[in-house]
Design a protein around this ligand. Structure first.
Ligand code: ZN
Length: 191
């Protein structure tokens, strides 16, 4: 009788242990999956910021401050642009504004829900306002702009609760690379 109870206990412990081991396996597998998904999302962000950096080099070649932007919709680049302020002699010809116009043309609507904007530098107040107006889902940018940043540094227009739309923001993606590109441009211009 006692040994029978003992057996039941042993069975219960064994199955309990087996269950725990199984659960742990699931938890480990689940957290690994989360890491993989998280890592691949971060890798995609970096990949698109690299494309924005490539655009910024075109601005630089034209004598404009190197700032580049790409817009992604359903995992494809639907707009790419660079700062053209000097080239077009237009104070509003920022990379983001030009890219938003291209993206709206692609989507066939001024509402750019589902789009992510990748830009090398923190958007200024004008561009931050345009991102809100365009109902952009997500903004990913490289380095902060302590002098004119409108998404964190001076203002946070894209997440202002008083406005009718808020944008999810990821900042600091390849920040060193983005700020180095700007620093080198200004150093060369001074030298
Ligand atoms: Zn701007």
């Amino acid at each position: 009788m006692l040994s029978g109870l003992d057996d039941v206990c042993r069975l219960w412990y064994t199955s309990g242990a087996a269950f725990s081991a199984h659960s742990m396996g699931l938890i480990i597998r689940w957290s690994c999956m989360n890491d993989i998904v998280g890592n691949s999302a971060a890798a995609a962000d970096e990949r698109y910021i690299v494309k924005a950096i490539d655009q910024a080099y075109i601005a630089e070649a034209n004598g404009d401050v190197p700032i580049g932007c790409v817009i992604v919709y359903e995992d494809r680049v639907i707009a790419k642009a660079y700062n053209q302020r000097e080239q077009l002699n237009d104070p509003t010809a920022h990379a983001e504004i030009i890219a938003l116009t291209q993206a709206a043309e692609f989507v066939g609507s001024w509402r750019l829900a589902g789009c992510t904007v990748y830009v090398t530098l923190e958007p200024c107040p004008m561009c931050a306002g345009a991102l809100v107006l365009a109902r952009i889902d997500r903004l990913v940018y490289g380095c902060d702009d302590p002098k004119t940043g409108g998404c964190k540094s001076l203002y946070n227009i894209v997440q202002d609760a008083r406005l009718n739309h808020r944008v999810e923001v990821a900042s600091g993606v390849l920040a060193d690379k983005c700020s180095r590109q700007l620093q080198e441009f200004f150093q060369r211009r001074r030298g």
